[in-house]
Design a binder for this molecule. Structure first.
Ligand code: PLP
Ligand code: SF4
Length: 356
């Protein structure tokens, strides 16, 4: 008998409705009506790659908790806001957020392959009308072109790596022509959420033109080491091998990664994959996300315990994006006591400085 040739891969589709979730065993049938209401307010999507990471038998699965909607999202806490970090107030033209003098955010596309349940832009993402037309993209780049103080463009969204490689290459080429822009940074969850999109063609599209001095960086959103599947690691390797420096962003989330051992494993895995942990974000005050939040003091205690047990190149900065748009600030635990003239080491022992 002859062996059949490789079966052609079946293109599985993403789960998008509460009926899909119930059918996949990820939601209880009695929650279906509540989840329909969640889906009316915010976009829902779980890609096949993410579905493969979830163990439906594990009620505390850290991947399921991030992507499977919950009826807890129907509760709004008094401190929560539709636009927690004030994107709107700092948007001079559609698709641009300009908060700091030297850098702007550019949001070419507002859709994502998955919708993280804690997302700070959860009320803006998922709307294809929010994406930029060719004319709107021209306007956004004209805004940057007229502002020589802008040194960096941070491409976010939505997920910019949802754009076809030809459009990404076009964006990189156009930015490389803006002489005052030194750095182009892409923020993405694609290597985790839909790693099959990170083809050699896509990685090549992100490379700056040979004659330009533009540096292209990629910042990958990863919250748990489980997310670094073999396919995700291959995607990261392709980006690294295209010469793109990689950094990561992680959101500190209750029930997902609010544990020093879990974060240690994640940050080590990132460094092994040539990704430098950059930011650990305190969760934002997005509506319907109270079940993900912990206190700043809890976050600082975790950061403190990572200090001694984890290589310095795996230590991110713990940051808060101040509600309303005042920007990001570090929330690092304090090791220096000015009043007493003492430093505390990673074991908690105090030392006089300068030594007496
Ligand atoms: C987060 C953010 C940036 C980038 O901040 P970095 O600290 O440089 O990573 C830039 N602009 C806006 C509006 C932001 O929210
Ligand atoms: S991928 Fe990013 S922008 Fe999209 S839902 Fe997740 S956190 Fe939000």
């Amino acid at each position: 008998m002859q062996m059949s040739s490789e079966p052609s891969p079946i293109r599985r589709r993403s789960l998008r409705t509460s009926a899909d979730l119930v059918a996949a065993g990820l939601a209880a049938p009695e929650h279906k009506a509540g989840l329909d209401r969640v889906a009316e307010r915010t976009a829902v999507a779980i890609t096949p790659a993410i579905l493969d990471l979830i163990d439906p038998a594990d009620a505390a699965d850290p991947v399921a908790r991030q992507f499977v909607p919950s009826v807890a999202e129907l509760e709004t806490a008094p401190e929560e806001r539709a636009d927690p970090i004030g994107d709107e107030a700092y948007s001079p033209v559609k698709g641009v957020v300009h908060r700091y003098p030297d850098r702007v955010l550019l949001k070419p596309i507002m859709v994502c392959p998955v919708y993280c349940r804690f997302c700070f832009r959860r009320e803006a993402v998922g709307d294809a009308d929010g994406s930029l037309s060719a004319a709107e993209m021209d306007e956004a780049l004209a805004y940057v072109s007229g502002r020589p103080e802008v040194r960096e463009i941070i491409v976010t969204g939505g997920d910019p790596l949802m754009l076809p490689p030809s459009r990404l290459a076009d964006l990189v080429t156009r930015v490389a022509r803006l002489r005052h822009v030194e750095v182009l940074r892409f923020h993405t969850r694609i290597p985790v959420a839909e790693p099959e999109r990170i083809t050699p063609v896509l990685a090549g599209a992100l490379k700056p033109p040979a004659e330009s001095e533009l540096a292209v960086w990629v910042s990958v959103h990863v919250n748990h080491s489980k997310e670094l599947s073999p396919a995700a690691r291959q995607g990261l390797r392709r980006l690294a091998e295209a010469g793109l420096p990689l950094v990561s962003q992680t959101v500190l989330l209750k029930g997902v990664n609010d544990d020093a051992a879990v974060l240690e494993e994640l940050f080590r895995a990132l460094v092994r994959n040539r990704v430098r942990p950059y930011y650990l974000h305190h969760p934002d005050l997005a509506r319907g996300t109270a079940h993900f939040r912990l206190s700043i003091a809890e976050g600082q205690a975790i950061m403190r315990s990572l200090r001694g047990r984890l290589t310095g190149i795996a230590q991110p900065t713990y940051v808060l994006d101040i509600p309303g748009g005042a920007g990001k600030v570090p929330l690092m635990p304090e090791f220096w006591d000015e009043e007493r003239g003492e430093v505390t080491d990673w074991r908690g022992r105090r030392h006089k400085y300068p030594p007496g």
